[in-house]
Design a binder for this molecule. Structure first.
Ligand SMILES: Cc1cn([C@H]2C[C@H](O)[C@@H](COP(=O)(O)OP(=O)(O)O[C@H]3O[C@H](C)C(=O)[C@H](O)[C@H]3O)O2)c(=O)[nH]c1=O
Length: 188
């Protein structure tokens, strides 16, 4: 497996070996030890599966706040997404900035989004199946959001006429977000 830091290095792209044979293929999609050895040291406690029937479906930008904050390991078993992570850690040199990557069945890659980031995805194909593991359980009371097209974020979504849930149409702007997360890293 390989791990590549994105421009915000806490967010990482993971590439996994696919063991093919004449029957098909096998992949270890997560290994606590192998991921820790590769620098992604996270216990994942819940598996999620999101099916989106239509291209242009946008889910996000979401995050859970402490004590139920979640890191996420996201992959696509069918189709493709543009995956986006926004740094919400107050004091971070990249606060309010985002990184994005295409995660797809074809690429067979994953993205690791740590605690402290809002996460969203836009499907690039119809019938896209997103499978992701999270580091804490779902807690509706701690499930918060950020408006997907907040101008302060400057996310260059490839489409604007997206399919959104009613909840996601009404998410708050970054300027109105409480300081849910504090940056604990080392400033460069
Ligand atoms: C997230 C979640 C949801 N649900 C239930 C609650 C609703 O009845 C239904 C759909 O929930 P929601 O509209 O919040 O689902 P998404 O819009 O796909 O939310 C996800 O979208 C982006 C990509 C994220 O990063 C989060 O993982 C997550 O917030 O599933 C559960 O039962 N458990 C869960 O962990």
């Amino acid at each position: 497996m390989s791990v590549e830091d994105l421009e915000i290095p806490d967010v990482k792209i993971i590439r996994l070996p696919k063991h093919g044979d004449d029957r098909g293929f096998f992949t270890e999609t997560y290994s606590r030890r192998k991921f820790a050895d590769a620098g992604v040291n996270v216990d994942l406690v819940q598996d999620n599966h999101a099916f989106s029937a239509h291209k242009g479906t946008l889910r996000g930008l979401h995050f859970q706040v402490p004590p139920f904050a979640q890191a996420k390991l996201v992959r696509v078993a069918r189709g493709a997404i543009l995956d986006v992570a926004v740094d919400l850690r107050v004091g971070s040199p990249t606060f309010g900035r985002h990184v994005s990557a295409v995660i797809s069945a074809e690429e067979w890659n994953q993205i690791f989004v740590p605690v402290g980031f809002a996460h969203g995805l836009l499907t690039l194909e119809s019938n896209t199946e997103v499978l992701y593991k999270v580091s804490d359980v779902y807690s509706p009371e701690h499930d918060k959001g950020l408006l997907w097209n907040d101008p302060a974020l400057g996310i260059a979504w490839p489409v604007t006429d997206v399919i959104l849930s009613p909840k996601d149409r009404a998410q708050p702007l970054l300027a109105n977000l409480p300081a849910y997360f504090q940056f604990e890293g080392v400033k460069p």
